[in-house]
Design a protein around this ligand. Structure first.
Ligand SMILES: *Cc1c(COP(=O)(O)O)cnc(C)c1O
Length: 363
């Protein structure tokens, strides 16, 4: 088995893979209703929310699209806070559906500054909604969402959050921070194959939903709510992924959300420490370095693409590359979901030998 160290899809425990092979049942029958209930209740525990939570059959991006189309109308002004590829994607979705996006971009590798968000909201009082990424997977940076959320909610705006690569791995108390729509995806911290987006919808988001006029059909929250009350989803869901979630959720609740967050923190610290000991330079502002993915600069002669090739071909260790303008400039180590110390120890044992082969001259 490869040591798959990209920030999603992540490796799945054997118990989850076994569940993925369960026989099909009636997706509108009582047994499947039981599964949906179990997963939804578990999600509410991990999201730390009393809000409605829905499962949507799509990758994470579908979840982001659902947040936009259910709460906004064409012409609405939104603040698109971006610190990387996924922040841009969220803003692009809103633009695609006719929102007027005011961009607030920060240098890649840096976190968003809550004071700058406050200033942007003051300068644009007609902004209705703020889009923000909790954990920017492309740069390995986790925003201080608590501070940003405080600013946004104090200004009385709706807050839509991309927590695709953080929820379940990094603490994100949805109700305490006042997140209106929070989106995650099954193939990141949940130890489950891709196919499910999971979203929470606050009372304020429901009010926005009643006014929202962007076109929507497949991802309509009102339909999800109506069918959810019957223990169903409006459309045939990716049932095998839901089976996987049933088992993964049991495992996660058994380990305990607090312990899971602590495990990710420990493994991320270990990753950063090992990288620095090898003379590598972290790409992310260390104060905001992510606990689910570590980004490392390709410096001192290092050919990042060659490194990933050597790691794959000689060690069967799969690392992430840089996306868009970061291609070849950084490489990334994913450490979320089903991950233990030994997985990261194996990465660094191999890096020690592979780095010089890929041109790295040390610090
Ligand atoms: C993975 C990811 C997404 C969603 O990507 P999909 O390929 O659609 O699942 C969105 N935002 C972030 C921060 C991600 O890490």
């Amino acid at each position: 088995m490869s040591n798959l160290r990209i920030p999603g899809p992540t490796p799945c425990p054997p118990e989850v893979l076994e569940a993925m092979s369960w026989q099909m049942i009636n997706h509108r029958g009582p047994q499947f209703a039981g599964y949906l209930k179990e997963v939804t209740e578990g999600l509410k525990t991990i999201f730390q929310t009393k809000n409605d939570v829905f499962l949507l059959s799509s990758s994470g991006t579908g979840g982001l699209e659902s947040a936009v189309v259910n709460t906004l109308s064409p012409g609405d002004k939104v603040l698109g806070v971006s610190i990387g590829v996924f922040g841009e994607r969220f803003a692009t979705i809103a633009k695609t559906y006719g929102a007027e996006v005011v961009p607030l971009n920060f240098d890649w590798g840096k976190a968003a500054d809550a004071d700058a968000v406050a200033d942007a909201l003051k300068a644009n009082p007609d902004v209705k909604t703020v889009l923000v990424t909790h954990n920017e997977t492309s740069t390995g940076v986790t925003n201080d969402l608590a501070s940003i959320a405080k600013v946004v909610k104090n200004a009385g705006k709706l807050l839509l959050v991309d927590a695709v690569s953080s929820m379940g791995s990094i603490n994100l108390p949805v109700d305490e921070w006042g997140i209106d729509v929070c989106v995650t995806g099954s193939q990141k911290g949940w130890m489950v194959p891709p196919g499910l987006a999971m979203v929470s919808v606050s009372d304020e988001a429901w009010k926005a939903c009643e006014q929202a006029r962007m076109p929507r059909f497949y991802f309509d929250y009102l339909k999800a709510k109506k069918y959810g009350e019957k223990g169903q989803t409006p459309w045939t869901p990716c049932m095998s992924v839901v089976y996987g979630m049933v088992v993964a959720m049991k495992m996660m609740l058994e380990e305990g959300p607090v312990n899971i967050v602590a495990r990710h923190e420990h493994i991320a610290e270990m990753t950063r420490r090992n990288a620095k000991e090898l003379g590598l330079e972290l790409f992310a502002d260390e104060k905001y370095a992510s606990n689910t993915v570590t980004s490392i600069r390709a410096t001192n002669g290092l050919d990042g693409k060659l490194l990933n090739k050597i790691m794959r071909e000689e060690y069967d260790i799969i690392l992430g590359g840089g996306q868009q303008t970061l291609e070849g400039k950084i490489f990334r180590i994913g450490h979320l979901g089903w991950v233990e110390d030994k997985d990261i120890e194996a990465v660094f044992a191999a890096l020690k030998v592979a780095l010089p082969k890929a041109g790295f001259k040390g610090a």
